[in-house]
Ligand binder design. Structure first.
Ligand SMILES: *Cc1c(COP(=O)(O)O)cnc(C)c1O
Length: 369
C-alpha cells in the first residue's frame, strides 16, 4: 500500500508515472527489453531524451539561446562545476540564505575569489539560523563579478524566493544570476530569462536521483579553462547532447514521464494552484494551533514546497513521529540542523496528502495540548 510520503528527497513521484514505469518495465513499447537495457545512442533512447527536452522547454518556457543539459553528480556537483565553468579568473558573489547556498558558497571558495553578497544567518539558533531573505539593499555584488549565486528554495529551512528580480534589484544587470532550484523547479511559472543558469537535482520535483538538470544561457558556455575535465565542461556536454558518456538513461526516461504528467495537470500554472492550496492549508493549521506548532519563517518567503515546523514541547517529537507514521504519514522528521518536523509537499504530493497531515496534526494537538 502506498502511504503519503513527505520525504525531502528522494521524494514521492506521481503514482500514475510509477504505474506506467511498471507497465512498460520489461518490454518498453515493443522493444523487447526495458528502457534501461537500450543503447543510449539508439533511436529509441534518442527519442526519449529529445522528447523530454522538448516537453521541459515547453513547460518552463525556456527561450532559444539556452541549452538544456542532462547531467549527473547531483546539485552538489554543480557547486564546483559552476565556478569551474564560469569563474574564468574573475570573482563571484553568493547570497547565503540557508544550508544549501552556504554549501555552494563554501565549495566555490576552492576555485577562486568568491564573496558573500549577503547572509541571513542569525546568531540565534532559531530554525538553524535561517528564517528570512535579505533586503535587496543589503545584497552587494561587484559589477565585475562573473555571476551571483542564489538558492531560490532552501529545502532545509523552508525559505523560498518568490520574486528574484526584486530580491536582486541592486545587482548590476550585467552580472548573470545562477540559481539552485533543486527543490522547487517546475512548481510554478518562473521566468527563465531572469537567469543565466538554473540547476536542479532531479530527486525532488523531476524524477529519480542520478539526474541533474542544467539550463544555461549560450554566452555562459565555453568559458572553462583547459584544466577543466571534459565531463565537467558545459561546452563539451552541450556539443555532445549531454552524451559525452553514458547518461542516466532510466532517470531521464522517468523525468520525461513526469514532464508529460505535469502537462496533464495544466502545466506549471496548474500545479501552482494546487501547490498554493496545499501550502496555505498547512501553514494555516500551524498558525492556528495556538502555539502548539510553530514555523519561524518570515511570511513573505515561506516555502510552498518544504514546510519545517516545531512542536512547542520537543518532548512530544518522538510520539508525533511514531503516531504520524502509524497514521500513514511518512518521513516527517525535520533536518537535524533545524529540529522538529518538516513536511515536503512537492508537486507529486496531492492535496489529499496534506489534508491527511493536517487532520492528524489537529488531532495530535487536541490529544496533547
Ligand atoms: C537536495 C538539494 C541539493 C543537493 O542535491 P544532490 O542532488 O543530493 O547533490 C542542493 N541544493 C538544494 C536546494 C537541494 O534541495
Amino acid at each position: 500500500m502506498r502511504l503519503w510520503n513527505f520525504a525531502a528527497g528522494p521524494a514521492t513521484l506521481p503514482e500514475v508515472v510509477l504505474e506506467q514505469v511498471r507497465d512498460e518495465l520489461l518490454d518498453w513499447r515493443g522493444a523487447g527489453c526495458s528502457i534501461m537495457e537500450l543503447s543510449h545512442r539508439g533511436k529509441e533512447f534518442s527519442g526519449v531524451i529529445a522528447q523530454a527536452e522538448e516537453d521541459l522547454r515547453e513547460l518552463m518556457g525556456i527561450p532559444q539561446g539556452y541549452k538544456v543539459l542532462f547531467l549527473q553528480g547531483g546539485a552538489t556537483q554543480q557547486f564546483s562545476q559552476i565556478p569551474l565553468n564560469l569563474l574564468a579568473g574573475e570573482s563571484a558573489a553568493y547570497v547565503v540564505t540557508g544550508s544549501w547556498s552556504k554549501k555552494a558558497y563554501k565549495e566555490a571558495q576552492r576555485f577562486g575569489a568568491v564573496t558573500c553578497a549577503a547572509s541571513t544567518e542569525a546568531a540565534e539558533a532559531v530554525s538553524g539560523g535561517f528564517t528570512r531573505l535579505p533586503a535587496a539593499e543589503a545584497i552587494q555584488v561587484d559589477e565585475r563579478a562573473a555571476y551571483v549565486h542564489v538558492c531560490t528554495n532552501e529545502t532545509i529551512h523552508g525559505v523560498e524566493v518568490f520574486d528574484s528580480p526584486r530580491l536582486l534589484a541592486r545587482v548590476p544587470a550585467s552580472v548573470p544570476v545562477v540559481a539552485d532550484m533543486s527543490s522547487h523547479i517546475l512548481s510554478r511559472p518562473m521566468a527563465v530569462e531572469d537567469y543565466g543558469l538554473i540547476y536542479a537535482g532531479a530527486q525532488k520535483n523531476i524524477g529519480p536521483s542520478g539526474l541533474t538538470l542544467v539550463i544555461v544561457r549560450d554566452d555562459l558556455i565555453g568559458r572553462a579553462g583547459p584544466q577543466v575535465p571534459a565531463l565537467m565542461d558545459y561546452r563539451v556536454q552541450a556539443d555532445n547532447g549531454s552524451m559525452l558518456n553514458t547518461p542516466p538513461t532510466f532517470s531521464i526516461y522517468v523525468a520525461g514521464l513526469v514532464f508529460k504528467w505535469i502537462k496533464a495537470q495544466g502545466g506549471v500554472a496548474g500545479l501552482e494552484k494546487v501547490n498554493r492550496q496545499k501550502a496555505e492549508l498547512l501553514y494555516r493549521t500551524i498558525d492556528n494551533s495556538g502555539g502548539f506548532y510553530r514555523n519561524p519563517v518570515a511570511a513573505d518567503c515561506r516555502s510552498l514546497m518544504n514546510v519545517p515546523f516545531t512542536l512547542a514541547d520537543p518532548a512530544l517529537d518522538s510520539a508525533f513521529l511514531a503516531q504520524s507514521k502509524e497514521a500513514g504519514l511518512l518521513a516527517l522528521k525535520g533536518h537535524k540542523s533545524v529540529g522538529g518536523m518538516r513536511a515536503s509537499i512537492y508537486n507529486a504530493l496531492p492535496l489529499a496528502g496534506v489534508q491527511a497531515l493536517v487532520s492528524f496534526m489537529e488531532d495530535f494537538a487536541k490529544r496533547n495540548g
